[in-house]
Write a protein of this length. Structure first.
Length: 419
């Protein structure tokens, strides 16, 4: 039986030590049966058993990639295992042609707008109320009905009742004297009158003439965009190479200092702040010292959003200004931030602030989102304060110096043939 098993398996695979280890030598009949099975089904079974079973001392080295070898010569024997069926052919690779038309084009780079283009694009709401309605009124002729319609349009745009009546009366006089008998001629006279109403010798932001930092005190009611205006101012100034310190003297609104801190990080400005509820005048005092020691060229002071009908709060605003003036002398600017969407309410706010501090100019925000852009004229004529800055959108460059000629042209862009 042992000889039969050796004949069936092959003498080169009948390892005596393996046979002894498995106990097959004790039963010749079983040994012969194993040999018959191996002969029928091939030596792969035995080879796999020996690789996995640990029957050779070189198995560990083989797993590590060195030493030993796995016996596979039975697979190559003519009498060994049948050949494995051929593997199926790999499916044909389908080439997908490029389809550029299916690829979304890159987003266009926004154009840099000139100041004139910004006024034209962002004054659409007021233009719809004033410019378009006036063109329609005088398109039917220079009539008394048209003059009345012009008064109404000016008042609706928040130019103010008094200013609107004065402008219309002056237009009537000039149209008679100059023979303005067409709608185009009257519109041209109206544009001239509005430019004249906004005339002022200087709208630039004042700067210090000594060695200390320029100080701009910014005030206004909460919600007007005061802190955002300060942040945009800081961005413009640092981009022009100036060093800036921001003073978070609005200590009554928890989010004010955090919001100003974000702008300080974005612009690289120095921020001076204290705990919520601290004395605003103390913050302003320390901010000036910090700006002086830091060598800042500009100190911008944010103040609490005062309710213009609260006497105590307005008095506190005056205290902040007095403390700064003891250190720096007269402040270069005290800017009042007004929201253009509030219309005539902004006039009441401005008058109350004038009683608390000497305001030098107006920053008029949200002009792009208002149909009441005539408030620019009302502020100028009724309280004599120049509008120095206007907000024309969300971008930093949309905080722009106010230009009366560009403002008036923007109100009537596309209305007359010459535009």
């Amino acid at each position: 039986m042992h000889d039969l098993a050796a004949h069936l398996i092959g003498p080169d695979l009948l390892d005596p030590s393996w046979v002894a280890a498995t106990g097959l030598d004790a039963d010749p009949i079983l040994l012969a049966a194993v040999g018959l099975i191996i002969a029928v089904f091939g030596g792969g079974f035995l080879a796999v058993s020996r690789r996995r079973g640990g029957g050779s001392k070189d198995d560990g080295a083989d797993e590590a990639g060195t030493g030993g070898s796995t016996s596979t010569d039975l697979l190559d024997r003519p009498g060994g295992a049948p050949e494995a069926p051929p593997l199926p052919e790999a499916p044909e690779t389908i080439e997908i042609p490029d389809t550029p038309e299916a690829i979304a084009p890159p987003l266009p780079v926004p154009e840099e707008l000139t100041l004139a283009e910004r006024f034209r694009q962002r004054l659409g709401r007021t233009r719809n109320v004033l410019g378009s309605s006036v063109a329609e009124l005088f398109g039917r002729g220079v009539t008394e009905e048209a003059w009345e319609g012009l008064e109404e349009a000016l008042i609706t745009a928040d130019v103010g009742v008094t200013a609107s009546l004065e402008i219309v009366e002056e237009l009537k006089r000039r149209s008679r004297e100059e023979g303005a008998t067409t709608g185009e001629a009257v519109l041209e006279l109206l544009k001239q009158e509005l430019r004249q109403a906004l005339a002022t010798p200087d709208r630039s932001l004042a700067r210090a003439t000594d060695d200390g930092p320029t100080v701009w005190l910014i005030t206004g009611v909460n919600g007007t965009g005061k802190t955002t205006t300060i942040g945009k101012l800081a961005a413009v100034e640092t981009r022009e190479g100036r060093t800036v310190t921001l003073a978070a003297a609005d200590t009554f609104r928890a989010a004010a200092a955090e919001q100003l801190g974000v702008w300080a990080e974005r612009t690289g400005a120095q921020l001076v702040r204290k705990d919520e509820g601290a004395d605003p005048a103390a913050v302003a005092y320390e901010a000036y010292d910090a700006a002086l020691s830091h060598g800042s060229e500009l100190l911008i002071v944010d103040t609490a959003g005062r309710l213009h009908n609260k006497r105590q709060l307005m008095d506190e605003l005056g205290k902040v200004k007095r403390v700064l003036e003891k250190q720096a002398g007269p402040l270069e600017e005290t800017l009042l931030v007004l929201d253009a969407t509030t219309g005539q309410n902004g006039i009441a706010q401005a008058q109350a602030f004038l009683e608390a501090v000497e305001v030098t100019g107006i920053a008029l925000t949200k002009l792009d989102g208002s149909s009441k852009g005539g408030i620019v004229v009302a502020v100028q004529r009724e309280i004599g304060l120049p509008v120095k800055l206007v907000g024309l959108g969300e971008e930093i460059d949309d905080l722009a110096p106010f230009d009366p000629a560009l403002f008036v042209d923007g109100l009537f862009a596309g209305i007359t043939d010459e535009d």
